[in-house]
Write a protein that binds this ligand. Structure first.
Ligand code: TRP
Length: 345
């Protein structure tokens, strides 16, 4: 079982996810991850964490991290994540994570870690820095998740293998020392994640690929408009109600996400009657995306410059996360038999 859960049991289930503090949030993150988080915070006990320790495996220099961590907090809150409803915290603030990571490292084998796709990718990308943290990245991720005994992990497909490993390590622990951890599974609200296509007509929006085909929430209005105007189009359909090529369908899909139903309908009709002017459509789409992201961008900028507020949020998040973390560590030590003066069972 790797994703989706149709029959959710009653009671408040525990949700946990981590956000890497590299790069800027883009529209794909917004409609994929963020909207999902925002819906989940209403119904679940949520732990959302900024994975600063994970980023040390690839970015040992912490100068950039400082701003990146703050920006991730600011952008996520601007997107609707409510620090009063969830525990929104920074990974390095919860020392219990390190302890659990250490225990889990004793039951993660070198062979299985070396087979991880992300590890193999990183070995290729940074042959001069193949550190043990990189190798045990999935162990740290497991610690993040099971530290709250979370069951649901809202992540995209790229994290499937890490989640599979988290299940392996959690099960291995339970088998060796007794049941402490539920098996974490990928979970997305309402099934499939919304697809946000890239502007270059290939695949989905992503921060690692073509920067010009990705709209960041922090992009200024003129930047957004320029990016959209560059999207690939053609001379238009030659017969009524034709099928749309992928790169055109992508533009319509983006319009579905940000434009009004009337606007969308107008361009659908224009397409179906062979009257479409892609220049007009892209102009409209650029304006609608810009109008959509402007309030988020402004809110994020305001939060990011408010150090007092940010600090308060991080402390509050850590306090909440620590309560659940400490309980889990207690159970873990107990299960492992590390509480030497407790009465023997
Ligand atoms: N590895 C995840 C990523 O690259 C980030 C992450 C760290 C994470 N810890 C996590 C995701 C725990 C889910 C649960 O995006």
């Amino acid at each position: 079982m790797s994703s989706q859960t149709e029959n959710m049991p009653a009671g408040k289930q525990i949700v946990m996810s981590g956000i890497r503090p590299t790069g800027y949030l883009h529209l794909g993150n917004y409609f994929g991850a963020m909207q999902n988080y925002v819906k989940m915070q209403e119904q679940f006990e949520c732990y959302f964490m900024v994975a600063d320790l994970h980023s040390l495996t690839t970015h040992p220099d912490t100068k950039e991290l400082r701003e990146n961590v703050k920006r991730v907090f600011a952008e996520n809150i601007a997107c609707g994540l409510d620090p009063d409803k969830v525990a929104f915290y920074c990974q390095s603030h919860i020392h219990e994570t390190a302890e659990l990571y250490l225990y889990l490292n004793m039951m993660a084998y070198k062979g299985e870690l070396e087979k991880t796709t992300t590890f193999k990718d990183k070995v290729r990308l940074q042959p001069e820095n193949v550190n043990a943290g990189l190798l045990t990245y999935p162990v740290l991720q497991t610690a993040d998740i099971i530290l709250h005994r979370a069951k649901y992990v809202p992540v995209g497909k790229d994290q499937e293998q890490h989640l599979e490993m988290a299940r392996t390590f959690a099960n291995r622990f339970n088998h060796r020392y007794g049941d402490v951890f539920p098996e974490p599974v990928a979970f997305n609200f309402g099934g499939e994640l919304v697809k946000v296509p890239s502007l270059d007509g290939t695949g989905k929006m992503s921060k690692s690929e073509n920067q010009n085909a990705t709209i960041y929430l922090s992009d200024a209005e003129d930047v957004i408009k320029k990016k959209v105007m560059k999207a690939k189009t053609d001379a238009g359909p030659t017969e009524p109600n034709a099928a749309k090529p992928d790169y055109i369908e992508n533009l319509f899909q983006l319009m579905r996400l940000v434009s009004s139903p009337d606007t969308l309908q107008k361009f659908e009709d224009d397409f179906n009657t062979c009257n479409i002017r892609y220049g007009d459509m892209k102009k409209q789409l650029g304006e609608d995306i810009a109008a959509f992201t402007a309030p988020i961008r402004e809110k994020a900028a305001a939060i990011q410059s408010d150090e007092v507020y940010l600090k308060k949020v991080m402390l509050q998040g850590a306090e909440k996360a620590r309560i659940s973390a400490q309980k889990t560590i207690e159970l873990t030590r107990e299960a492992m038999g590390l509480n030497y003066f407790a009465p023997t069972p």
